[in-house]
Design a protein around this ligand. Structure first.
Ligand code: URA
Length: 425
């Protein structure tokens, strides 16, 4: 068997065997297969796709290319969630403390921001002193004692994916449903909780804008999880406007804490739907799940457990630092209804303020961002505040047009955004 045989086979739309896919992954990790051959293979997959079986073999081979964590030394039912990435998407800080307060064990390894979408680790580091790098033993001890730990990946998880993802990023081979599904699920299954819920985003601020492609991805990921013997389900949620009213690292943590303190908004709707999925997979009815979630929000136990986690992971204070420009009001220049919010544009704007990385090695400014005050369907009068700006550079004040132009104002009142588009179980 040679890599050339496999490239030819995929080029000719033939199905690869488990052994052939294992050969490919082994060769990528060992360096035996060269980048140009890997790239040719990936492009053949983008063009001719993969069957469900091929995708599963790829997922499994990538999963076992590095360390695999099993949580047998965590007592209780372990739970995890994954979002395909969005703008103002801080559901982790709402859903996971709720589940911990309900007695589940939250053993979550998260990532950093990718492009204009925020990352859980960057948001957590808004708190001075907070350590996201726990050793495996510290991680397990914290989950056993506190019921929740959210940290970066420890060990060498899915090295095959690291190599393939870096190549895909620079060879126009990211947008393949089998490649995305296997990339995400290999990492999720290598750190495998008992129950997993996936938040697959669709729309302007998502990896995939098209709903039918998003559904296909969600179904395939759920199938990969089930084929690996896991309880997994997905919800498809809209990214046609920022999920929370806040975009930016420390602002998003603040937004999540507001929901845990009782605020009722879009972030709560999606975060709750994710928690309901986990509870449903654990055997609870959806109506009971709803009740239980409300209980741990209203008695304060979910917020309490989140604060305990921040302190245990080293946060010196739970105060959020303020930037130089602290809430400059950006006002509408015309009246009408918000027809559309260019979510990606707002995400990129916050990224350009320093809220995300342009290059891998860039530092994050945790204090910058936007508060979004108008959503699709809202009435706007000229002079109303549509967003507030948080920045550390006065130059940002001359760029408010970039924020304003993300809000498309029209005459007709449009439908509100449907937040939960679909479910896959
Ligand atoms: N996130 C991943 O981890 N992998 C992909 O392929 C796309 C998004």
């Amino acid at each position: 068997m040679t890599i050339l045989d496999l490239i030819e086979k995929k080029k000719n739309k033939e199905e690869l065997t488990k052994e052939e896919i294992q050969f490919f992954v082994d060769g990528v990790v060992s360096g035996e297969i060269k980048d140009y051959q890997t790239s040719a293979f990936l492009m053949a997959v983008v063009i001719n796709s993969m069957t469900k079986e091929e995708t599963f073999y790829l997922t499994e081979a990538m999963k076992y290319s590095g360390d695999v964590f099993d949580f047998s030394n965590i007592e209780g039912t372990t739970v995890d969630k994954h979002s395909t990435g969005g703008v103002g998407d801080s559901t982790t800080f709402v859903t996971m403390p709720i589940l911990a307060a309900l007695g589940f064990k939250v053993a979550k390894m998260s990532g950093r921001g990718l492009g204009f979408t925020g990352g859980t680790l960057d948001k957590l580091e808004s708190f001075e002193g907070l350590n996201v790098y726990l050793s495996k033993d510290e991680f397990i001890k914290q989950v056993n004692e506190l019921s929740i730990a959210i940290c970066g990946q420890t060990g060498n998880i899915c090295p095959a994916d690291k190599i393939l993802y870096a190549l895909r990023d620079v060879t126009g081979t990211v947008d393949s449903i089998p490649l995305i599904a296997s990339s995400i699920m290999s990492k999720k299954l290598a750190v495998s909780a008992d129950i997993l819920v996936l938040d697959v985003k669709t729309g302007d601020g998502a990896l995939l804008k098209d709903i039918s492609a998003t559904k296909e991805l969600a179904k395939l990921m759920v199938e990969m999880g089930k084929m690996a013997g896991k309880k997994v389900s997905a919800i498809i949620t809209s990214m046609d406007e920022p999920l929370d009213n806040y975009i930016g690292n420390n602002l998003e943590v603040l937004g999540a804490m507001e929901v845990l303190s009782g605020a009722d908004n879009e972030l709560k709707t999606v975060a709750k739907a994710l928690a309901v999925e986990i509870l449903y997979q654990s055997g609870m009815s959806e109506s009971k799940a709803d009740e239980e979630i409300e209980r741990v929000i209203h008695d304060g136990s979910a917020l309490e457990i989140f604060k305990k986690m921040l302190i245990r992971q080293g946060a010196k204070s739970l105060e959020i630092k303020k930037p130089l420009i602290d809430g400059y009001e950006i006002k509408a220049e015309e009246s009408g209804y918000v027809e559309k919010v260019h979510t990606r544009q707002l995400g990129k704007f916050v990224m350009s303020l320093g809220g995300g990385r342009m290059r891998k090695e860039d530092d994050i400014d945790h204090t910058v961002g936007l508060k979004v005050l108008k959503r699709v369907g809202d009435k706007v009068e000229k002079g109303d505040v549509v967003a507030c700006l948080y920045a550390n550079d006065n130059g940002a004040l001359s760029r408010v047009d970039e924020v304003l132009s993300a809000f498309v104002i029209g005459r007709q009142k449009p439908q509100r955004t449907k937040l939960i588009v679909d479910k896959v179980r």
